[in-house]
Design a binder for this molecule. Structure first.
Ligand code: UD1
Ligand code: CA
Length: 459
């Protein structure tokens, strides 16, 4: 099989977005645009990927770890043609066909990449440009066609005549090249244009001028693939489109989403008959089972959630929530929380780095941190694990079916045994054996006739 290689252009500095970050790390549906592009490239079956990086290269390299790409530094940004030149060694080594894509056009998809490749091969082209018809071509390079509709070049917006500006077929910024042909023309690029940059788009005209060279255009039916983020406004539009795309795919899978205000990230998986209530944000690698009610006003980041779970006004991060849990309103689940089946969590409760056993109830105003709690435990209102002594964090261990009275302070490290009880208001500093009652209170004093005394003093 012919060798396929991809070069992703990702060195742009996002001047037009007024950002300190590399532009390709700006997010669409909570994922960097570069991640969208790389996922599509991988899905299309291309194994060798070179990424051209510039400013803040280390930030991009960090995001690339799982993709096993090679990177090429473009120390100075002199244009898209100059960017590709940085990967010359990869082109020479690989030969075959090379896909060049922009890291700032997140909707380039597998179907378009493969559809364009088929056309590229069947026509034996030196270059196949991926194009789209759009009613709003402003900002994009326009496709120039000559006799017999043959593509003869691409002209950038800034260099267009008024007439050329009316052309509605635009360059997506993605192309299949024959590597040898690309290597032949790259050294011939100049920067004699309005931006003073070495345009990759000029390679098309250079190749078109050669006798017998095939130049093709794959006009995609999916107009979104051309959309890039050259401004914050464009980025917002991409986010709107992505949000609708993602919500539609969940609706098609049998998820109900009420209202317009929820946003679901690109990697979330949601089971059927789950209902997403308004103002809910679901991000990260979150998996939600079937029959759940999530929201309103809920934020879930990278959680694993079972079936028939109800989360109302909850913020949950990197946690596991098993079947039939009910939590909310106003619950904060911080990383490394595991809630067992049928756990109930009520208002103003925070749980962190703790496992809570099946059927345990934590109904109101409680903080559980760094704890291992058994099943069937009941926490009274206002219970607190004092997990931090000012220097170190310590664990609290609570056995099955223990009863923690209201306003108990559990000073970690400490253990409360199975079936043990702590009396309301106790500060527990020593381990409580199984089945026993721990009560820690000052003696209550009664001063009789105090009310009358008080009245007399007042007179
Ligand atoms: C480019 C195309 C334009 C096309 C549009 C589609 C050129 C000259 N123009 O314009 O025809 O319609 O994409 O979105 O190619 N980059 C580098 N190094 C550089 C400059 C850019 O790596 O020196 C990267 C950017 O990070 C970006 C991509 O190349 O991912 C495209 O660059 P950008 O400046 O956004 O080009 P456009 O003006 O959008
Ligand atoms: Ca762009």
């Amino acid at each position: 099989m012919a060798k396929k290689t991809c070069i992703v252009l990702a060195a742009g500095d996002g001047k037009r977005l007024k950002t300190e970050k590399p532009k390709v790390l700006m997010e669409v549906a909570f994922e960097p645009m570069l991640v969208w592009v790389l996922d599509s490239v991988k899905a299309s079956g291309i194994k060798r990927i070179g990424v051209i990086i510039g400013n803040n290269a280390e930030l991009i390299e960090k995001r690339l770890e799982k993709y096993k790409c090679e990177t090429f530094l473009q120390a100075e940004r002199k244009g898209t043609g100059h960017a590709v030149m940085q990967a010359e060694s990869l082109l020479r080594e690989r030969q075959g066909d090379v896909l060049v894509v922009c890291g700032d056009a997140p909707f380039m998809d597998e179907e378009t990449i493969n559809g364009a490749y088929e056309l590229h091969k069947s026509q034996g082209n030196a270059v196949t440009v991926i194009t789209a018809e759009t009613p709003a071509p402003t900002g994009y390079g326009r496709i120039l066609r000559g006799k017999g509709d043959r593509v003869i070049g691409i002209i950038e917006e800034a260099d267009c005549t008024d007439k050329q500006r009316e052309i509605t077929e635009v360059n997506s910024g993605a192309y299949w090249f024959n590597a040898g042909s690309l290597l032949d023309v790259l050294p011939k690029l100049d920067n004699d244009n309005k931006s003073g940059e070495y345009y990759l788009t000029d390679t098309v005209e250079l190749l078109a001028e050669r006798a017998g060279t095939g130049i093709g255009a794959y006009k995609t039916a999916n107009g979104n693939v051309t959309l890039g983020a050259n401004s914050r406004r464009a980025l917002r539009l991409l986010n709107k489109i992505a949000a609708e795309m993602i919500i539609d795919s969940h609706l098609d899978n049998g998820v109900d989403i009420i209202g317009e205000s929820s946003i679901i990230g690109r990697s979330a998986v949601i089971g059927k008959d789950t209902l997403i209530m308004p103002n809910t944000i679901i991000k990260g690698e979150t998996v939600i089972g079937s029959g759940c009610v999530i929201g309103p006003n809920t934020l879930i980041d990278s959680c694993e959630i079972g079936k028939n779970v109800t989360l109302n006004n909850v913020q949950a991060y990197e946690s596991v929530i098993e079947d039939n849990v009910k939590a909310g309103p106003f619950v904060h689940l911080r990383p490394k929380t595991v809630l067992g089946k049928d756990v109930k969590i009520g208002d103003f409760v925070e749980v962190k780095n703790s496992s809570i056993g099946e059927k345990t109830a934590i109904a109101h105003l409680t903080y559980i941190g760094d704890s291992d709690v058994g099943g069937g435990v009941n926490f009274g209102c206002g219970s607190v694990t004092a997990n931090y002594d000012g220097v170190k964090k310590h664990r609290t261990v609570i056995g099955d079916n223990a009863f923690i009275g209201c306003n108990t302070n559990l000073i970690a490290p400490v253990k409360v045994g199975a079936d043990a009880t702590t009396a309301a208001g106790s500060t527990i500093t020593r381990d409580v054996p199984d089945g026993s009652l721990a009560i820690e209170r000052a003696q209550m004093n009664i001063k009789e006739n105090w009310g009358r005394n008080y009245e007399r003093k007042d007179k």
